[in-house]
Design a protein around this ligand. Structure first.
Ligand SMILES: NC(=O)c1ccc[n+]([C@@H]2O[C@H](COP(=O)([O-])OP(=O)(O)OC[C@H]3O[C@@H](n4cnc5c(N)ncnc54)[C@H](O)[C@@H]3O)[C@@H](O)[C@H]2O)c1
Length: 359
């Protein structure tokens, strides 16, 4: 098996990202990242029946147990974190215990948060099984859960000990989830790597067909970019904010459509096109680059316009609540064209509204 190894360079908290097809069965590679003698695997009801036994098989000599959550965003709750704590207590988990997150971003965010809290912080491994989690949520140490009042309101920065990306698990991922992950991959090209963007344009058909070598390349290039950004700006004081390209628009759309109606990646796809359109209107980016972005996302099966009937004023109201805003002024990640993004404070609301209205 060929394994790509990347490094998230965070000094004494540095960690590897391993990428390869069949890695879950290759405990030799990841077993060494478990320092103690106890492990708790956190997974969900779709992923556990498919892959849990493979992890268990690699844990000979480690006392372990598993907790299986319901699938979906509603599981990312404090109640389920408490369930993980109870399972850790039942295991008799000490400070050298390891939590293993086996699943998509929901499982990864929740298990990572539980790891940040248990005994003020224990090790955790990310074993992402969705494309979104492989290229985005499993790398970088943002963990957390939702409250009724909003998404991701409670959380912590807590870096994993290792990220184990078994690309073969993508074979079972539903097509819509898979395609939504491609939108996040496009984001990396759009904001930071024009060559990668062009590569995606020439490999769109292979990616749609889940071609193994194209996928491995796309995932590695995305992770390399994210790892670099995280190493330079772990706590989002600057550059890391650029990873939110399309997200302020996207979050507003997701919430307005009702969570679950649009997948996160789909909302980000629409949001990136809106951000690109706005940037062109403001004279900051070539309109032709926005066209290329929309064409690529469409080829990858992603929506590029809000659902019919979406109210622009409702979207604008939601955008005003974004965490990135300062002193009541809209602060957005805008675009300078393919490969370059920037944070722009105080963007003119009338222009934003016109873009949201599709005018
Ligand atoms: N921490 C971060 O930096 C970060 C970044 C982006 C997103 N997120 C979070 O990630 C979450 C979304 O993650 P997601 O898109 O992975 O969703 P998810 O975890 O809900 O997974 C999507 C669906 O796919 C199923 N699934 C997962 N892997 C599978 C496989 N290999 N085969 C078959 N089915 C499989 C899951 O059971 C679920 O039904 C959100 O909560 C979001 O806030 C976090």
């Amino acid at each position: 098996m060929s394994i790509v190894e990347l490094d998230v360079a965070l000094g004494d908290r540095r960690y590897p990202i391993w990428i390869g097809a069949g890695l879950l069965d290759d405990a030799q590679t990841w077993r060494g990242a478990i320092r103690g003698k106890q492990a708790l695997i956190v997974s969900d009801e779709h992923v556990a029946p498919l892959y849990l036994e493979r992890i268990r098989a690699g844990l000979a000599g480690v006392t372990h147990d598993a907790i299986v959550l319901g699938a979906g965003e509603a599981s990312k709750s404090l109640e389920n974190v408490a369930g993980v704590f109870d399972a850790l207590a039942a295991l008799g988990a000490n400070r050298d215990a390891t939590i293993i997150a086996l699943g998509g971003g929901v499982v990864g965010d929740l298990a990572g948060f539980a790891a940040a809290c248990w005994m003020r912080g224990v090790d955790f491994l990310q074993m992402p099984t969705t494309l979104l989690a492989m290229v985005d949520s499993s790398v970088g140490g943002k963990t957390g859960v939702n409250l009724a009042a909003g998404k991701n309101l409670v959380g912590a920065f807590h870096q994993p000990r290792a990220v184990v990306i078994d690309t073969a698990t993508l074979a079972t991922l539903p097509v819509r989830e898979y395609a939504a992950g491609l939108a996040e991959i496009v984001k990396y090209g759009a904001i930071g790597d024009a060559d990668f963007f062009a590569w995606l344009e020439s490999h769109a058909d292979e990616l749609n067909a889940r071609d193994a070598s194209a996928l491995a390349e796309a995932i590695a290039r995305s992770c390399r970019q994210k790892a670099g950004v995280v190493a330079r700006d772990e706590r989002e004081q600057g550059e890391r904010a650029l990873l939110n390209f399309g997200h302020t628009f996207g979050h507003a759309l997701e919430a307005e459509a009702g969570y679950g109606a649009l997948l996160h990646g789909e909302a980000v796809s629409i949001g990136m096109v809106q951000a690109a359109t706005l940037s062109a209107r403001l004279g900051r980016a070539p309109a032709a680059d926005g066209e290329r972005l929309a064409v690529l996302l469409t080829r990858l099966g992603q929506p590029i316009a809000p659902p019919r009937g979406t109210d622009p004023d409702a979207l604008l109201a939601r955008m005003r609540l974004d965490k990135k805003n300062l002193s009541g002024r809209l602060r957005l990640v805008l675009w300078k064209g393919i490969g370059k993004a920037e944070v722009v404070p105080d963007v003119d609301e009338a222009t934003i509204r016109a873009v949201l209205a599709g005018a």
